[in-house]
Design a protein around this ligand. Sequence first.
Ligand code: C2O
Ligand code: CU
Length: 624
Amino acid sequence: MTALLLGLDTLLAVACAGLWLGAGVIAVTTGDSAGAARSRRTATWLAGAALAATAARILVVALLAGAGWWFVEDRLLLGLPLVVVPAVVAVAVAVPRLRHAGLAAVSESRVAALLLITGYGAAAALVDVFVLGYPVSAAGASTLVVVVAALAAQTLPIGRRWRAGVAGVAVLAVLGSVGAAWWSSRPADRLSMVDHSHHGGVSVASLRGPAGGAARQFTLTAQHARINSRDALTFDGTLPGPELRVTQGDTVEVTLRNKDIADGVTIHWHGYDVPNGEDGVAGLTQDAVPVGGAFTYRFVAKDAGTYWYHSHQRSHEQVPAGLYGSFVVTPRDPGPGLDLSVPVHTAGGTTLFGAVDGIGRRTVPAGTPVRLRLINTDDSPHRMVLQGTEFRLSALDGGDLHEPGPVSGKAIRVPAGGRADLTFPMPATPVWLTADGNNARGVALTADGATAAPPPAVGWPELDIMGYGTPAPTGMDAGHVDRAATLVLDRQVRFLDGLPRFAYTVNGSVFPRIPPIEVREGELLKLTVVNRGTDTHPMHPHGHHVLVLSRNGVRPSGSPLWLDTFDVRPGEVWEVALRADNPGLWMSHCHNLDHAANGMTLHLAYIGVSTPYTMGSATGNHPE
Ligand code: C2O
Ligand code: CU
């Protein structure tokens, strides 16, 4: 509903601008010759339509206000007044004249000027929608008002000097604010994610895993390879990279080597709450590993579950290009059965399920317990469909759900970066896993080796995780939070590295200038995430799982949801709680990596933690 209202509001804002400007321009240019009657009629009709559109927009904004102040602040304080104030004056002046002069009133100079001024206000309201947004800044708002005032002055019967004066002020205001925005966005050669008042304290370089006694050792070599006749960036020459499978409690040691990837690489353990120095973010927790270099990650695999790893250097290029793999931690005694990780990855228009381009077939004896660990390594959500059996959604983002009930006929939505474990006993008949209604790719399990094709599965409803499973204690008292922060996500015109972009913003800012969320160790942080835009944003805080408190004001009625990647869809408001129990500097971003690279990246910074690493062109570190 909120998403619909947001869309409608944008349409009405565009309509208002077009109609008021149209009415104004026609009215102003219509003379009083007899032949001008048609133009007058057109202008009057346009003005009427503009009034109707304005009234509709007021209604939509009023309805939007019900979803939260974040959705309407700028519209109420800036966008609507810019139109409504001149419109009211225009109507007040025009109505008595209409009685006497009829339609000719519209082309009378005062009325015409007011219509045009309303048009300027309506056009400025569009600037509010696409450029200013939430929160309203005094500088932005006053610049806009000055511009409208200057345009209005050009139509009013005032002295030339006055006109020139206000126009000058407006030009200076625009140049000043655009210039300042551009100046502060210039790419830095070397940028630290921690402000200087925080230097000293604990360095991320000391927040490392255990020094020795590794039970499981791996080496991953980042290298170019040609796969399915395409160039790929890979770990060990395979797509996906090797699955790393360890047992809960193991100390894991992974040495990353870079054979030939000129930009450098790192490994981030997505969803795994490793010590900060093992988090693999170039320029924040380490330097990108250059060609010929190496970096060794060590941590204790304390949580069982489904995770994945990927490069966090130029991740919006390197992850799609192939630098990813599954990371599975099995419980100490997993029991027999088929336990399969299925990283889903889209590149060059095809979607791989694991390493398979097409349908991957397996023969599984009937009665075998099966666990499919679905991993979405892409930028957009996948609707995963399991056909041929009832199943349980046993885990999300690595964490077991409480008393998951049987599911059938429902799609499982896996956010970008998220994971879902589906479990079921293998039936005697075939089972198919596919995604997004595409039956040409996926996984087919059969008890007898037959090769039947999956039936079509379009239009399946999604399982709503907010009401799935049963409640259980969380050990978190959400009534007692130490800190709260709000992230309002949107899409706006911003300078990024000195260039104008239609960027992805958080509270109106873009990376690297979004202020970090600061916490102290031990605190309980409540995060409110609001999506004002039209894109889905899979938000991913590193180093922590968050407990979902509510979505659009509704608390989960089923299993507690501990997630590391949660999809905030257009118009949604999520409240989540995060226990600050893992000190460090943690990147937090949208896992649509393209959005992350276009602004939607910030940090969770523990007070007292600093980093010796820097990012920017002089450093070779580009985490996003
Ligand atoms: Cu999988 Cu910072 O991300
Ligand atoms: Cu996003």
